[in-house]
Write a protein that binds this ligand. Sequence first.
Ligand SMILES: NC(=O)C1=CN([C@@H]2O[C@H](COP(=O)(O)OP(=O)(O)OC[C@H]3O[C@@H](n4cnc5c(N)ncnc54)[C@H](O)[C@@H]3O)[C@@H](O)[C@H]2O)C=CC1
Ligand SMILES: O=C(O)C(=O)COP(=O)(O)O
Length: 528
Amino acid sequence: MAPRVLISDSLSTAAVQIFKDRGIDVDYLPDLGKDKEKLAEVIGDYDGLAIRSATKVTAKLLEKATRLKVVGRAGIGVDNVDIPAASAKGVIVMNTPFGNSITTAEHAVALMFALAREIPAADASTQAGKWEKNKFMGVEITGKTLGIIGCGNIGSIVAERGVGLKMRVVAFDPFLSPERAIELGVEKVELEDLLKRADFITLHTPLTDKTRNILSAENIAKTKKGVRIINCARGGLVDEVALRAALDSGHVAGAGFDVFTEEPANANPLFGHKNVVATPHLGASTSEAQENVALQVAEQLSDYLLKGAVTNALNMPSVTAEEAPKLTPFVRLAELIGSFAGQLTEDGITGVRLEYEGEVSEMNTRALGAAALAGLLKPQLDTVNMVSAPVMAKERGIAVEVMRREVAGTYDSLFRLVVKTPKLERSVAGTVFADGKPRIVEIKGIQMDAEFQPSMLYVTNKDKPGFIGRLGTLLGARGVNIATFALGRTAAGADAIALIGIDAVADDALLADVAKLENVVQVKRVTF
Ligand SMILES: NC(=O)C1=CN([C@@H]2O[C@H](COP(=O)(O)OP(=O)(O)OC[C@H]3O[C@@H](n4cnc5c(N)ncnc54)[C@H](O)[C@@H]3O)[C@@H](O)[C@H]2O)C=CC1
Ligand SMILES: O=C(O)C(=O)COP(=O)(O)O
């Protein structure tokens, strides 16, 4: 069945075409995102959801999204998506991190000019036939100090434009490296310094717990008198009530706002002030940017739903379309090895070591690790998948260690998972042969060669003559057909393991009978 995608916000129709061309069923309902109830009614029918900022992907909506595998944000900010809730449900969240950055930076610059020369008010007055030439006295931008809060993709573009406009640019961003600051021609400063010095302040951080209210009443009070403030990032970064008061007192000379604490902003404390220029979240709204993000999100969602390629995900390691075919059998192997180890482990897991040897060590081990953890946790958490597994492992206090060895041993690639509990460490290793089939090649350091079968018996025993015969006879007597039989031992007469694929799922009575056989140490049922 073809995957189904819902586009619930207004997107360039180029996206619709891409989904269709790729054989994906797509419903384009650009107003649905604004209607929470209706969206919740239909979301259960879709594998993918493409959105902009109007659709709110809440934990409540995700509860209803039983088929959903991926959310694609045609844009940058994902504060409208509950990412922890999506991760817990195993839903990948992707964005398109660069497609609208130039456009948004240009909007910030446009608002800066609009404020400096009061263009919107002058336009309204002129078109009203007033010709108020003496009413509008602007300020020059050249030589002024531009303070950028958040110098990432968009902030950097604004910085370059600022330098081009002959401004002195100062930036506050804890993650801006000194080298990058030099490259951009900006001075890296502390927030206090920026507030004191800037003639124009422009915000370009995401909205997080750290950035919320970054321009608080207190910080606005520290700004230079006559400052003009531009927010093209997110509502909530600036205390709108405090800013209104500072505009009213004349301390702040102007505010250019594209984003508001509550959107759609039909009313706002800033509205109605003569020195405020407002736009309705238009930062990303150019035909170029919308084409970029729509094409990108459609490609990314299609690649994931059809090929398993993961690009620009916020809660999952990337997997390129090129590496997906080679990686897939190893993802399967990691998941199966994890599942095997998980089914053998009865105690609480305290730690896991993921070891990659040979060719597999050069592959996308983050994705493989996520798959192994998913397999490992599955026996306890039925709904876990590659997206949610790392989060779940962390929540459960499972320490994950990774070891990579480029040199291959017996196999071109070997993946080993070591599970640690307070009582023991147990290792299981596997590989993928040229036929693409995953195999178990080592358990607790004992070599063997076993294919995964849907139903298996794991038996540890003392290596004594006659044991295998007795086990075979018992299974035969119970009407259980043996599909595969793999054996391994540390040394003749010592510890041995038998891994038997059977054509029926072993019931408790069978396990009890096997456990009673002479020389059996333990027996477990494993299913895949
Ligand atoms: N108005 C609109 O239509 C649009 C708004 N946006 C907004 O712009 C924001 C920025 O986008 P990008 O530049 O692409 O993101 P980015 O991730 O490239 O840059 C954000 C920067 O903020 C910095 N930062 C994080 N916490 C900080 C803090 N506490 N103090 C100072 N700096 C901090 C980061 O180090 C990073 O360099 C987005 O998160 C989005 O909310 C993006 C596109 C369109
Ligand atoms: O990309 C972003 O972060 C934006 O804020 C753009 O929002 P929009 O897609 O125009 O609703």
